[in-house]
Design a protein. Structure first.
Lengths: 296, 292
């Protein structure tokens, strides 16, 4: 889905793009209509989220709706100290660890699969459709199947075994699809040149492909981390006795009716934003470094 | 493509590269689906124990219950409504970004602005509607304030409307990205040629933009349809327990350990989903689409 995302700073092509309408002078009326639609969409996208971030900073009298009652960090303290809200700290910890493991595996496996899918081989369509199936299958059903499978094999379900696998069945198809988009922009001439200069297959991957594809690999990592960190349906039946963060949030939505819930929303969003920022920053940095090197 | 003089060797290399992927998908996608399929034929003692065997009792039960029809109708209603709204919004947002924003850097920035929430928690984004739509929420407060209504509207939260709002909020991005992707590849010279040949802007939309965005629309549709049909927590939370979908009923069945019935209903749902997805895939070769 993200040919564009994968290498967006790289996509800044020379300005060949022109609006359909004459590119100078007055805008057609549709511009104003669509600009309004776009603004409304962005407002609806972010507005509700900002409401809960603001509401999470209320003091002890705070409720679930506006108006704001005072300002304090009360509900953040409440979140990490109260027993009644469950094991937020532990689940937070587990979710981060799990997301890191999922990210590493997703990057490596998607990269290899991306290399494999560059050429047709017997059975490639089968593997491709297996992947699409894994992407579109209802998560809860897959999670239950995985849970029952572990039960039948006499294994204990836990976040680092069954939930890890269940999450990979979700992050890998995404990762490989992003890899497809990234690979389609890789110029095979560079690889050929590496072979001509006597590189081994391993050297051409390590010294040519990985550095060239680095921004795309960061994009795959971003997908891996955030999809795992927020994954819910597939983990529900596979996480075993210890909850991951989304499962904790889920149980809170069912029985906590205080701004603690919003505070948790604010905290998880901050983590997501740090990860998104770091990934996009890395991509931009790599591109910049490349730009300066080619000039210098 | 290479000449296939040594097919066996390149086949082997291909399989070697995808083997880690296959090693994950077989135990965590193929096997669980088979387990669910097997469980749908088992009998149950009613306490969560499964008796291996072969009975179609669960299917008979699922297919004979009036509830099944109701659940599918509800699921289809949510799917169709969400699809229509995400398609309309997604198409025009992508159209605006590709054809109306003249500065390409700005277009990419605005595009990123749309995608950022995709990387944050869905559950949090869903509950963030509570302060807006609730009985004492902002929308009711505003409407009461300007005197449009006397009583707060209760239909806003914990209703089918809230469910559709939450879906559209979460899933429009799945339409925007693939449609943006296909629109961005439309050669602008084609459109200039059409203008020169006297096409109206409506003609351009109808004869060039829509047909050439078809694959993006198909891809977005697959994402939206499969996510809505497989969802249960939006329905459960946003309808306040008032509505149910196929998967939310499945969730309740699992909760009371009715595994075979749940499995039978899951198998039926999966078949429906496979049918829909393969119908869509007939119109577009997504592998070609992504790698092009």
């Amino acid at each position: 889905m993200s040919a564009v995302l994968a290498d967006m700073p790289g996509a800044v092509a020379p300005a060949t793009t022109k609006a359909i309408a004459p590119s100078k002078g007055g805008r057609p009326w549709t511009f104003y209509v669509l600009a309004t639609l776009f603004a409304a969409y962005v407002l609806a996208l972010y507005g509700p989220m900002f409401c809960i971030y603001i509401l999470s900073f209320q003091d002890i009298r705070g409720g679930l709706v506006f108006p704001m009652k005072g300002h304090s960090m009360h509900w953040f303290v409440d979140l990490f100290t109260q027993v009644r809200t469950g094991d937020v700290k532990g689940s937070f910890d587990r979710s981060i660890k799990l997301a890191v493991i999922v990210t590493i595996i997703t990057v490596v496996v998607s990269f290899l699969a991306g290399l494999g899918f560059r050429r047709r081989f017997r059975g490639d369509t089968f593997v491709f459709y297996m992947m699409i199936g894994s992407l579109v299958a209802p998560g809860l059903v897959l999670g239950l199947g995985t849970g029952l499978l572990f039960q039948a094999l006499g294994l204990n379900a836990s976040w680092y075994t069954s939930a890890l696998g269940a999450q990979l069945s979700w992050t890998l198809p995404f990762g490989v699809l992003v890899m497809f988009a990234v690979m389609s922009r890789f110029n095979h001439v560079w690889e050929e040149a590496a072979y001509d200069l006597g590189a081994s297959r391993w050297q051409s991957i390590w010294l040519v492909m990985i550095p060239v594809l680095a921004p795309g690999l960061v994009a795959v990592a971003l997908f891996g981390f955030t999809l795992s960190y927020d994954e819910f349906a597939r983990s529900l039946q596979t996480a075993g006795s210890l909850n991951t963060l989304p499962l904790e949030i889920w149980s809170m939505t069912l029985n906590v009716t205080s701004p603690s819930l919003y505070a948790l929303g604010t905290v998880t969003t901050i983590v997501s934003f740090i990860v998104i920022g770091a990934s996009l920053g890395t991509i931009v940095l790599i591109q910049k470094k490349r730009g300066s090197r080619s000039k210098g | 493509m290479q000449s296939s003089s040594t097919p066996s060797r390149s086949d082997l290399a291909g399989w070697l590269y995808v083997s880690p992927l296959v090693l994950v998908l077989v135990p965590f996608f193929v096997a669980p689906i088979l387990v669910v399929l097997a469980a749908s034929f088992f009998a149950t003692d009613g306490f969560g124990g499964l008796t291996p065997g072969f009975t179609l009792a669960s299917y008979v039960e699922v297919l004979h219950s009036a509830l099944t029809l109701k659940l599918y109708m509800a699921t289809i209603k949510f799917t169709v409504l969400t699809w229509i709204f995400t398609l309309i919004i997604g198409f025009f947002v992508a159209y605006f970004l590709v054809f109306h924003v003249r500065n390409q850097l700005l277009a990419i920035g605005l595009f990123l602005l749309c995608t950022v929430p995709f990387w944050t928690s869905n559950i949090i984004r869903m509950i963030s509607w509570i302060p807006l739509l609730g009985k004492e929420g902002l929308i009711n407060q505003a409407l009461l304030g300007i005197g449009v209504i006397r009583q707060p509207l209760e239909v806003l939260l914990f209703s089918d409307l809230a469910v559709v709002i939450a879906y559209v909020h979460q899933l429009t991005i799945f339409m925007i990205v693939p449609i943006f992707n296909s629109m961005a590849r439309i050669d602008k010279k084609l459109i200039e040629a059409a203008i020169d040949a006297g096409a109206s802007r409506f003609d351009i939309m109808r004869l060039i933009v829509v047909p050439m965005s078809k694959s993006g629309i198909a891809l977005g549709t697959i994402f939206v349809v499969s996510i809505v049909m497989g969802d249960f927590f939006v329905v459960k939370v946003m309808s306040g327990g008032g509505s149910a979908s196929v998967v939310s009923a499945f969730y309740e069945d699992v909760g009371v350990l009715q595994y075979p019935t749940a499995a039978a209903s899951a198998v039926l749902l999966t078949l429906v989903l496979v049918a829909i997805v393969s119908l869509i895939l007939r119109t577009v070769d997504i592998r070609q689409e992504i790698t092009r």
